[in-house]
Design a protein around this ligand. Sequence first.
Ligand SMILES: *Cc1c(COP(=O)(O)O)cnc(C)c1O
Length: 413
Amino acid sequence: MIPLDLHPSGRHFLQIPGPSPVPDRILRAMSLPTIDHRGPEFAGLGKKVIAGLQQVFQTKHPVAIYPASGTGAWEAALANTMSPGDALLMFETGHFATLWQKMALRLGLKPEFLAVPGTDAETGLPNAWRRGVDAALIEQRLRADTQHAIKAVCVVHNETSTGVTSDIAAVRRAIDAARHPALLLVDTISGLASADYRHDEWGVDVTVSGSQKGLMLPPGISFNALSPKALEASKHAKLPRSFWAWDEIVEMNKGGYWPYTPNTNLLYGLSEALDMILEQGLPAVFARHQRWAEGVRAAVCAWGLPIQCADAAVYSPVLTGVVTPAGVDADALRALIHARFDLSLGTGLGKVKGRMFRIGHLGDCNDLTLMAALSGVEMGFRLFGVPMAGSGVAAAMEFFASHPQQQPLQAAA
Ligand SMILES: *Cc1c(COP(=O)(O)O)cnc(C)c1O
């Protein structure tokens, strides 16, 4: 027997920073019949989604699509550009940066893990997990690498475990200032199509992304956006690769096909998502997320709780981390909120486990879904006995009511 509470009334509030809520329009597009992936119709779909992705990554160069989660695209980025034993410079911004660094170790690479040092006095949490990438530290390290042993700099653009969006253009400037030939590899799995991201302009060599965050799709496909320098490096890179190899994918993509069976129904969904995003226009999409983030931060400030990101210059437009008071187990609080209000919040990961939770504000959201999520949190605080300085719900209502969306919700056709 299926327990009845698997079918509660009303919608579930999926306010985690990915998978994000999927719009009905995308779910309907995905329900079309699966077609022949070598047939004539398919080429149109393949070419359309690649061209649309190029617009979203803001690149003129190839974008590889894998039927894999974001983790697969991380592996693809390294396997295509690196050789066994290559040195990498990675930057600790949180849990996802740490997982990518562990993957590099498992692949037989030699990652050095830079971090902002020290512990934060306000929360006792590591400074590195409350701040963005420090480009000056990267420049300093690259200047010391006079033999150019470091083959790539790897950073996470939107660190989903903390809610910090690092300045990628500054990392590019640091590499150039050090006159260092390292490739720049960037994870924007949770930033793409929510936070401004410019693959070509920022001189990124490989951008890694995924479907289930800003693109509003279910999990299951992921991406590598490439640069000519990355493609050139892949010709000499010696890590073993077959499924992930760019050469055959890029070649077959020219005709709109793949060397393997692509995830046809997710590509229907991607096609619909790209229509939605590009119809609205990237600037409007980015502004929408910035505004939501500001409203949610207004709530957190009114509650009197620290925002996990301690640097206002790098607040994430995608999610906000909320640090719970000392002695309040954030996971027990989340469990209570889930049980009582059918609201999913993001768990604290890695070094901040139990100390914070995350509110996602991406995907198929609007002011009122966010108000509902904030109400669930505030009711949870009351039930759990978390002291609050004031009402976050009232502060967010005030913010959303007094700050209308700057651009129209739907661009005129
Ligand atoms: C979600 C996420 C990942 C992992 O992607 P999966 O699809 O879970 O494999 C990696 N990096 C960041 C920044 C993420 O948000």
